[in-house]
Design a protein around this ligand. Structure first.
Ligand code: C2E
Ligand code: MG
Ligand code: MG
Ligand code: MG
Length: 280
């Protein structure tokens, strides 16, 4: 593309790159500010057991309410935060806010299921991650069983031995680990038995084609059987139709998450759900 369009094409390419960069740079500047003001918010998406559809957990998902651009998606700003080294402060903000909310819910007498937090793979390389987590749990007087960390295998996780060590230390504390977006990107079968973890989340892309694409149902069933053989719980992400849910029940997927069951909810709405759950 660049070669064939000659000098002008190259110049265009350069300009495009500069525009992308300055836009990203602006986002990171504003994001830095957002962390210290209160425009970030956590939403919670319920996780249900596949059979009885009981609330078995929830995933905390970051939302950024930008003053002029509206809500910016984490799939846009998380990669920028990773690129500019802001992810450490951002994920620490999420950890603290989630712990603070859990403590608050418990104080109100609510029954709280484990809350999953997404952890950037970059954070597994952070020297004091385990200490920060310990400190946060201590500060809010929380049992580690209230937390699950979701990690995605990425290029950043090249140092598998280091990742194993950090995850094992978190496990020892009593925090469960889930492997997110399984089946995409860098996920590898070898790592499945090496990484200390308790849950495997099948990526949404497998679920959306589950009942339409030939062979997809077989792949999903094999992933579930493999995970069960390794004593892992399986969570299906992105369940959107009754048909998908029925199929997941048939192949004994343990837990489901998706718009069919519930969208990610703002905190007040999630608390309403916790109230029903605690009363029932
Ligand atoms: P993820 O951890 O795989 O989260 C699932 C994403 O799928 C969420 O998007 C969720 O809103 C969306 N989703 C859930 N059910 C459905 C469904 O039925 N259909 C469709 N089409 N989508 C569904 P979201 O909230 O935009 O987050 C995107 C990604 O950003 C997350 O993917 C996660 O990798 C990252 N992320 C979000 N919050 C955080 C955070 O606090 N820290 C870090 N490091 N990453 C985060
Ligand atoms: Mg996740
Ligand atoms: Mg995912
Ligand atoms: Mg993800």
């Amino acid at each position: 593309h660049v070669k064939s369009s000659g000098k002008n094409g190259y110049q265009f390419f350069q300009e495009q790159m500069n525009t992308d960069f300055s836009e990203e740079f602006q986002i990171q500047t504003e994001l830095r500010e957002a962390i210290s003001t209160d425009v970030l918010e956590l939403y919670y998406q319920p996780k249900l057991s596949t059979d009885e559809q009981q609330l078995v957990g929830a995933e905390a998902l970051l939302r950024w309410n930008h003053s002029s651009k509206g809500q910016i998606s984490p799939s846009r700003f998380i990669p920028i935060a990773e690129k500019f080294g802001l992810i450490f402060d951002l994920d620490q903000w999420v950890l603290e806010h989630a712990c603070k909310s859990i403590r608050h819910w418990l104080n109100r007498g609510l029954q709280v299921p484990p809350i999953s937090i997404n952890l950037s793979a970059l954070r597994l390389r952070q020297k004091d991650l385990v200490e920060q987590v310990e400190h946060c749990l201590q500060h809010y007087q929380l049992d580690p069983a209230y937390l699950v960390f979701e990690i995605t295998e990425t290029a950043e996780m090249q140092d598998i031995l280091q990742a194993i060590e950090v995850l094992a230390r978190l496990n020892l504390m009593g925090i469960h680990i889930a492997l997110d977006d399984f089946g995409t990107g860098y996920s590898s079968l070898t790592h499945l038995k090496l990484l200390p973890m308790q849950q495997l989340k099948i990526d949404r892309s497998f679920i959306s084609d589950l009942t339409s694409k030939p062979g997809q149902a077989e792949i999903v069933e094999s992933i579930i059987n493999l995970a069960h053989a390794l004593q892992l719980k399986v969570v299906a992400e992105g369940v959107e139709t009754e048909e998908q849910l029925a199929h997941l029940q048939k192949v004994r997927c343990d837990e489901v998450q998706g718009f069919l069951l519930s969208k990610p909810l703002p905190e007040e709405r999630f608390v309403q759900l916790l109230r029903q759950y605690s009363a029932g």
